[in-house]
Design a protein around this ligand. Sequence first.
Ligand SMILES: [Zn+2]
Length: 396
Amino acid sequence: YARQVVDTLASPSMQGRGYVNEGDRTAAKYIADEFKKAGLKSFKSTYYQKFSFAINTFPGEVSLQAGSRKLVPGTEFLVGSSSGFISGEYELLWLDKSTAGDKKKLKKLLKQKNEQKIVVVDTAGIQDAFKKAQSWIGKAAGVIHIREKLTWDMSQAISKQFSFEVIRGALAASDKKAAVKIQCKYIPDYTSQNVIGYVEGSQHADSFIVFTAHYDHLGKMGPDVYFPGANDNASGIAMLLSLARHYAKPGNKPRYSIAFIAFSAEEVGLLGSQYFVSNPCFPLKRIKFLVNMDILGTGDEGITVVNATVFDSQFKQLQKLNAQGSYLKEIKPRGKAAISDHYFFTYNGVPSFFIYTLGGIKAYHDVYDKRETLPLTEFEDLFILLTEFTSYIESY
Ligand SMILES: [Zn+2]
């Protein structure tokens, strides 16, 4: 079942679960349908909790061409997420070891006017010069960053300067001009939605154990590139739905109510979970424990638990259960970290863990985070561990 969920959510039809072609809505509909099939209850008349935010999107053409060579979107270049609408040819000014490797060269370079040009920044070996050149780089029309790995993100605003990330080797120092095109669409009030369901507890119906995972990802960059987000976080939704199906079965009915929340707009800045915490479907005080799951697709090296040091006794119990069942290689403790949807709950006094798997593939926020290569190595062991941990939470 988990494989089927990942395959569906990371498929091209989900458009990267972002805000181009309503990818988020398609994914939310799929999750709501799965909730319904499992037999989850909803707090309101639907599973959806709607909210709005500003977002910069790239539904149109994005291209970067040096001479006659068109770079490949996704694998050779990414558009900076805060870039505005742009089209034109620009002269390239390189800031790298050969042009800024010593003080004299750097001084000469920084005297050049760059307001109508693109600065190509390759920081390899020139960290100090790069720092000194910051304000000069800031004046350029655009910037190209040479990277070892391309990593995308999302932006809620458009900056004056457009930018690209280019993989090392895709541009040569002999490239002196580039033709660029970015057709962005800024949406000041996009409406997305969290998807929320629950199983009613048999003894403590008004108290909740909560599982959360974000279903959104980075969406699309131009017509041809989508970010599948198999590990981040189709894998977490696969676990959320697996647990929901498990606890909805009459034979597995929990004593406490268990809520399942699939958040949107995590990648924009934890917006879905922030909205929920401000507009909860049940009092936050009634949450006995919350487990947030983000990036569960590997596990060869075990898992990390954020907030382990804050909720020490629960963490020790989790380690004990793991040792007894010899499920995962290692459970690493980590302190507080504002890196996923547990954050606003923690901030508001809700006891919570955030779990992510370790080891395996390195793809992250790129076009390589695909369903085909996602191993789901420890998925079943982690599933069992989470059900045992839930029983423990119910027992105190
Ligand atoms: Zn994530």
